[in-house]
Write a protein that binds this ligand. Sequence first.
Ligand SMILES: NC(=O)c1ccc[n+]([C@@H]2O[C@H](COP(=O)([O-])OP(=O)(O)OC[C@H]3O[C@@H](n4cnc5c(N)ncnc54)[C@H](O)[C@@H]3O)[C@@H](O)[C@H]2O)c1
Length: 361
Amino acid sequence: MTDVSDGVLHTLFRSDQGGHEQVVLCQDRATGLKAVIAIHSTALGPALGGTRFYPYASEEEAVADALNLARGMSYKNAMAGLDHGGGKAVIIGDPERIKTEELLLAYGRFVASLGGRYVTACDVGTYVADMDVVARECRWTTGRSPENGGAGDSSVLTAFGVFQGMRASAQHLWGDPTLRGRKVGIAGVGKVGRHLVRHLLDDGAEVVITDVRTDSVQRILDQHPTGVTAVADTDALIRVDGLDIYAPCALGGALNDDSVTVLTAKIVCGAANNQLAHTGVEKDLADRGILYAPDYVVNAGGVIQVADELHGFDFDRCKAKAAKIFDTTLAIFARAKEDGIPPAAAADRIAEQRMAEARRG
Ligand SMILES: NC(=O)c1ccc[n+]([C@@H]2O[C@H](COP(=O)([O-])OP(=O)(O)OC[C@H]3O[C@@H](n4cnc5c(N)ncnc54)[C@H](O)[C@@H]3O)[C@@H](O)[C@H]2O)c1
């Protein structure tokens, strides 16, 4: 009897968190590849989502993560107005130790075997150069380098989309989209965070940053001698006096029971995925009068870019699509008000509606 935990099967077939169409377990002994490809929905089109390469503690944990991430992609893609369903893959293992060209090629063959039901891209632990390798075996690969016909790094448009989400939040809360004179705290000034700093300074905001990497902080301070200050850590950032907006741009789980209680900001809008540590935090935020711009709505610039790449990347077309995040975010706040629910729940409702309509259509 194969030892697959009942938890995973429960998620897949019985829980209301599941409803996935297909889950594929892949193994290539020669290269050490062990991967899980999860397709949550193809209602809106081929499932699209990145490949996470991560040293999971167990195979069960990897399957659970793939299921969870794939479901999240269905919502993100539906909300971004893309003709794509949601999928995600995970490769089990430490990429620093086991990632090889042969392993990525073997992985590409598995993705190709799905005949286009799943389109892959980068995620944690995989990069543009890796997608170039996967693409040699699989034409349903995006997030490749410009030298190989791809669009390259997606963080530029992700940051632009988050900035649009912030403008919409400001419009909703303060009646004006400008961030001039607002104090914005960014936790994590990596690929997305650093572009966000530039948008905010251009708009006249005051920016406070933090990052666990002091070199990343120093680089921003060197690039922008005025308008940016740094604090020691995220704990200090969320307590900054007079903070208007908090932008989590590092890891998931930034909004939890502890941080929501002490947060000084009136708006949360950032790039990080899965910002709500658990269900119920969205209500705690609303109860404290903090406006939360749902993460998967405002950080969709990246997926808009990789979806566009499949049709021949055009930066201006993509930027115009990412600019629509402004209207989408406003529509979510309006729906939340109308239905008397937090914005995160309103976003889910709108995404579910789009998927249901596609199934009926
Ligand atoms: N890159 C994209 O296009 C994209 C698209 C959608 C969502 N996201 C999400 O946005 C977030 C940022 O992505 P990125 O591409 O900029 O990643 P990145 O790795 O380049 O940057 C993350 C930064 O956060 C810092 N960091 C890590 N832990 C921290 C902590 N505890 N406190 C403060 N800083 C910390 C890291 O040092 C790093 O500089 C991630 O959650 C990612 O999943 C990124």
